[in-house]
Write a protein that binds this ligand. Sequence first.
Ligand SMILES: *[C@@H]1O[C@H](CO)[C@@H](O)[C@H](O)[C@H]1NC(C)=O
Length: 334
Amino acid sequence: MLHLPLALLAGLFPGGGNGDALQEPISFHLIQIASFANSSWAQNQGSGWLDDLQIHGWDSQAGTAVFLKPWSKGNFTDDEVAELVDIFRLYLFGFIKEVQERAHDFQLEYPFNIQGIAGCELHSGGAIVSFLRGALGGVDFLSIKNRSCAPSPESGARGQKFCALVSQYKGICDIVEKLLLESCPKFLLGVLEAGKEDLQRQVKPEAWLSSSPGPGHGHVRLACHVSGFYPKPVWVTWAMGEQEQQGTQRGDTLPNADGTWYLRATLDVEAGKAAGLACRVKHSSLGGRDIVLYWGHPSYTGSIILAVLLSSSVFLLCLALWFFRHRRSYQDIL
Ligand SMILES: *[C@@H]1O[C@H](CO)[C@@H](O)[C@H](O)[C@H]1NC(C)=O
């Protein structure tokens, strides 16, 4: 049972190949979350992401960008970056003002929030596709299709009214188009190059086991914790010998504060049947040498048993040698 997935994984994680770590497609995108509590109070949260890695923050008080990585500016000059930051400051300020002024017009009831995501995505063939989507109260509101504003079906008449309004602002539309189709692809390629060393690093996971009472009577829940690895793709399962346990439940891969990842895989078993189960971990950083942890047999117990066996066989060997060397003399005596 285990052989097929293993063969597939061998293809996914070629041993030690550092350059293969980047998943495709890879995107750079900005996220805006605007919360409107009442007619006089609103706030923006802004951030910049390379897939699920945050590389930019936004300081709303100071109205300026926060660069979270030494390579967060990609290959843009300080002047280019300053110009973009100015655009976003104006946009974020203007956005809140416009929405507050038109809240009544669009029948928006406080409190509400608006989310926006805009960026571009590099596909395996090298093509870069840009995108922009907006949501109101967690429901799709609009997106950009064929270079124009397209209301989502869920947004109804309000979405159509909004897109009609937006298309009147030719100047703003031109700026958005330029940012999405020119600046974003240029920035994405530059930032991937600037952050290459960091993005393609390989960090080995640590793994440990724990248990807790299972859901059923006399059951135990075994947990295999895998933490501190990078990049994100990892394979963790419970197995009995070669037999992968179908009941293995994997959680979400969660971020650690240092940019590495954590994953937990659990298995519910009858308390008496846990012996012989092992957690197996595959990751690109391990170069094909999987981590295998046996339940109830910590690796040091194995080492102690091996050491005892080894030393006793060495002792027996010495005894035998000594015996054969001295046999003659014993025979003489007897
Ligand atoms: C508006 O909301 C803010 C934040 O929740 C609150 O502190 C403030 O008192 C509210 N103002 C009014 C006029 O309700």
